[in-house]
Design a protein around this ligand. Sequence first.
Ligand SMILES: [Zn+2]
Length: 494
Amino acid sequence: MNPWGKISSLSKQETIDLQNQKLHQFINSYLYPFSPHYKRVFDENKINPKHIRTTHDLKHIPFTSKLDFVDTEQSKERFKDFVLQPTKEKIKQYWPVSRQVPLAVTSVFKGSEYVLDQLNKEFRPVFMTFTTGTTSRPIPFLYSTYDIQNLHTSGARMLNLFDIKITEQIVNTFPYAPHLAFWQVVYGGIASCALILSTGGGKVMGTEGNIAAIMKMRPSVILGVPSFVYHTLRVAKEKGYKMEFIKKVVLGASKVSIPFKLKVAEILEGLGATGVSIFGTYGFTESRCAWAECPTALDVSSGYHLYSDKEIFEVVDPKTGEAKKEGEDGELVYTSIDSRASVVIRYRTGDFVKGGITYEPCPHCKRRTPRISSDITRLSDVKDLQLSKIKGSLVNLNNFSACMSEVAAVDEWQVELRKKDNDPFEIDELIVCAALKPNADKKKAEEEIKEKMLQATEVAPNSIQFVSMDEIVKRLEIETANKEKRIVDNRPKV
Ligand SMILES: [Zn+2]
């Protein structure tokens, strides 16, 4: 049975009914009985889990935030409180008779060891990934075999959304690391019966190694982090390779803007690949799955298609926490309704979505599953760099990416924040370092960067330095780091 076909064709009311039913069941049979953290939250706030019947009731439950995972003096391993921990007694107490009878019957016919094995597969953590914050310690998120199955499911759904056929071959260049993106792709490939080569990215095989793998395998699909895919394709083009076999490019772990997609398409054209679909994806460690766009023209986005049988998204006002209506901007809040091991509900992602959530059928693929707009700003990234004022202005650092992508002459770039003379009490300095395309006009590029940056961030750069491509690749650590060093804050901390 392929529930995705069914799930993605439900009407809005059917979707809401399904989510209400799954939410109520999940909270009463799994979350409240087995999660030490949420049991405490419900009890302290006098919330009766039986009263959580619809998605509207979610507002009675306090938000969960990144701060809830940070260790305190009293509690050294708070992430463990989010892991479902069933016991025989709790199962007897909280599971409905309809679930207990089959367990008892199975135990009689197949033995109690078999039942224990099944429960272990459902609940016992066997795998983990970590968050990648820059300010706090990485936090582990655990998966049971049940969750790994869900990772297969979301991966297969993504490949289905990209319209990747089992006859297609895939090269996965996501960095080999305990991070969601790499494993989401590996399991998605396995679940879809597609042949997939995971190179481990630049750190494992270098740019040359990745190009060699691509040339050997001649895949129709390339996946990876936007900066590394861009870099690899650009180097391949420079070296005169032809990659006319590429038909789809899937990017993840970072925001993908339309100007960026157009830039990738331009390089692909230089490699002989035309009419390529370029997809963005969205996911975070805490969701333990990712969501995808469907095929569209390069200058529009379908938004990310959600899995209504697996999660509920709310969009809330980031200041007041109040729910926003369909289509309104706000912060994304995530609630899992079908997971085990590490579970979060009402999780504030710190991601701000412009255009919110819609239940209208997708105009591109006609699927009826809800979608979130792909115009997402990671507020958390900004917070990691403390959104500290640059030259007295509060700057959204994500805006640098948007404006630099718009400057056609720029191939790669980095922004560095310094203090004048490295004196912590001195004024801020903003230095743009860029590698230009061959034959680009330096003077014109400089003016354009200044103008776009001032428009987007209200801050003008102190200086713009043009360096060679090799130099910028080294500075960005594209080949060696898991995430490129796009914005470097070198201001000394007082
Ligand atoms: Zn669609």
